[in-house]
Design a protein around this ligand. Sequence first.
Ligand SMILES: Nc1nc2c(c(=O)[nH]1)N[C@@H](CN(C=O)c1ccc(C(=O)N[C@@H](CCC(=O)O)C(=O)O)cc1)CN2
Ligand code: GAR
Length: 208
Amino acid sequence: MLRIAVLVSGGGTNLQAIIDSMKQGKITNTEIGVVISNREQAYAIDRAKQYGINTAVVSPKDYENREEFNLALCEALDSYQVDLIVLAGYLVILPKVLIEKYPNKIINIHPSLIPSFCGPGFYGLRVHEAVLERGNKITGATVHFVDEGTDTGPIILQKAVPVREQDTPEILQKRVMEEAEWYILPEAINLIANNKIKINNTKVYITD
Ligand SMILES: Nc1nc2c(c(=O)[nH]1)N[C@@H](CN(C=O)c1ccc(C(=O)N[C@@H](CCC(=O)O)C(=O)O)cc1)CN2
Ligand SMILES: NCC(=O)N[C@@H]1O[C@H](COP(=O)([O-])[O-])[C@@H](O)[C@H]1O
């Protein structure tokens, strides 16, 4: 049984997609050990509570400095004894100490086709604003392993969606979520839970 922690900062629609996929049997051999947010008011926390899932809030605002926050986050995760950490709209850059503690055991969903429109400052609506500004005809989402960089880890899955002429950032965000994110994040978790993912250096291979 793969025990996961889901880290969130916002509305939690990707968390909801994970929960729904588990109930529909699209994710097997998996349990959610805890949902952790850096924001007390994140609706994702409310979603977790509706299903009786353990929750915790570990906010940088509650600590003297970043090092103390990092330690508190590590201790919170360790206390739930998880096998995989899933960043689902988690808007905090994870520290090296955590990456080293969970090597190739942290994954992230990013709302673009990495390596485009990613890295520091690229999150949420900002990503879709940049895509529209550049005039891209396609965009999409990426699930990747998390390393010390920002959105630089090995790519696990990607899914493309069209950009349409009348798109606003909000319309495009909704399409990327509905047609890409909510599919590939659950699929990535299911592949990991069923030992279908192999990593060779920086390349990810899916085995039958
Ligand atoms: N070590 C890593 N940590 C995280 C990664 C990663 O690849 N390596 N992915 C991010 C998620 N992410 C994009 O997918 C991302 C999240 C946040 C930011 C960012 O610039 N955040 C702002 C604060 C935003 C806010 O609080 O409103 C900041 O840190 O100043 C960029 C990319 C998760 N962590
Ligand atoms: N770089 C990270 C990033 O931008 N993540 C994005 O935040 C949103 C969270 O929505 P949710 O809270 O409804 O899942 C999602 O679109 C996710 O891809």
